[in-house]
Design a binder for this molecule. Structure first.
Ligand code: TA6
Length: 296
């Protein structure tokens, strides 16, 4: 890995507290990716500014995702018990959002140009992952960073049994004021309300924020996120997504999260969750793709 970075024009390794991160200084943007979880934690475009929110209280510690950026939730989403039975597969109760975000990934490739930087990182099974999840797999994350952020997360089933996976790219967006932020693109769709006994409900028009929101939207929603300072576009190829803001009470009990942090962030998560989970036959692969742009 270090030979690759030695040849790089824009990338250097940096130690941030307990984590090894790749720092990218490109003419178009600067960014930070932690090897732990292949987590893009910071992305600042030279014209558009920050496309991601990073908590001012974020901890860079082993075994837990950094609060902000784009944590990768895999091979289950949220509480294991809330996943489809095929995904639970009789596993004992474990940490929320799976284990991929808690392990160091390998940096396999760095491809640089005047347009941007394409990084490829991977995580494979080993004795530690097999203790948690008894499947042989390879997970490959390709990040294309330039004027936009494009992520392709490919799950490979290397085992001789079927594999059921739920996943999410848990993207934290910045906003100067959550009270004046709206999300379009889910209108007339259905969602499961994780805060109201997981009931199925109908979304009418745009999503506003006046209380905690924790919803799983069904369908291939192409989102527009309208904040007082910027407008983002988020597209993906899956048929489920999550919209979350912790609001006042939950903000107080989240790790690495300031008590008033809810005012300046929202999560829109490109996902394969609930009925949209992945089923991979032996040898099969599937890719979750998302693209995040700042459109004004
Ligand atoms: O995506 C929404 C959610 O499932 C919330 O319920 C909340 O738990 C959030 O993820 C953050 O989870 P984390 O484990 O990263 O603190």
């Amino acid at each position: 890995m270090s030979a690759m970075i030695k040849r790089s024009a824009f990338c250097t390794f940096k130690q941030v507290a307990e984590l090894t991160c790749l720092h990218i200084e490109h003419p178009k943007f600067c960014a930070e990716i932690c090897l732990q979880g292949a987590q893009l934690t910071q992305f600042k475009h030279k014209q558009h500014g920050d496309l991601l929110w990073l908590s001012p209280d974020a901890n860079y510690q082993r075994g837990a995702s950094v609060r902000g950026g784009i944590p990768i939730c895999w091979p289950w989403f949220g509480a294991l018990a809330r996943n489809p039975s095929a995904v639970q597969a009789g596993l004992p109760s474990q940490q929320a959002h799976g284990f991929a975000r808690e392990f160091d990934w390998t940096l396999d490739d760095v491809n640089e140009s005047a347009h941007g930087v394409r990084l490829t990182l991977s995580l494979g099974h080993d004795e530690n992952t097999l203790k948690i999840w008894p499947h042989e797999f390879k997970l490959v994350c390709q990040l294309e960073l330039g004027d936009d952020i494009t992520i392709a997360l490919t799950s490979h089933n290397l085992s001789d049994t079927n594999m059921a996976i739920a996943q999410a790219l848990h993207t934290y967006f910045p906003t100067p004021n959550i009270h004046e932020t709206r999300v379009l693109g889910a209108g007339n769709g259905q969602y499961v309300d994780a805060l109201d006994d997981w009931q199925l409900k109908k979304q009418l028009a745009g999503i506003g924020f006046k209380q905690e929101v924790d919803r799983i939207y069904l369908g291939n929603n192409q989102y527009q996120i309208l904040t007082p300072s910027k407008q983002f576009s988020l597209t993906c190829n899956s048929h489920s997504s999550v919209v979350w803001n912790p609001w006042i009470k939950k903000s107080k009990r989240l790790s690495g999260f300031p008590s008033d942090g809810y005012k300046n962030m929202l999560c829109i998560e490109s996902a394969n969750v609930l009925s949209d989970y992945l089923q991979l036959a032996p040898g099969e692969s599937q890719t979750l793709r998302m693209q995040l742009s700042c459109v004004s």
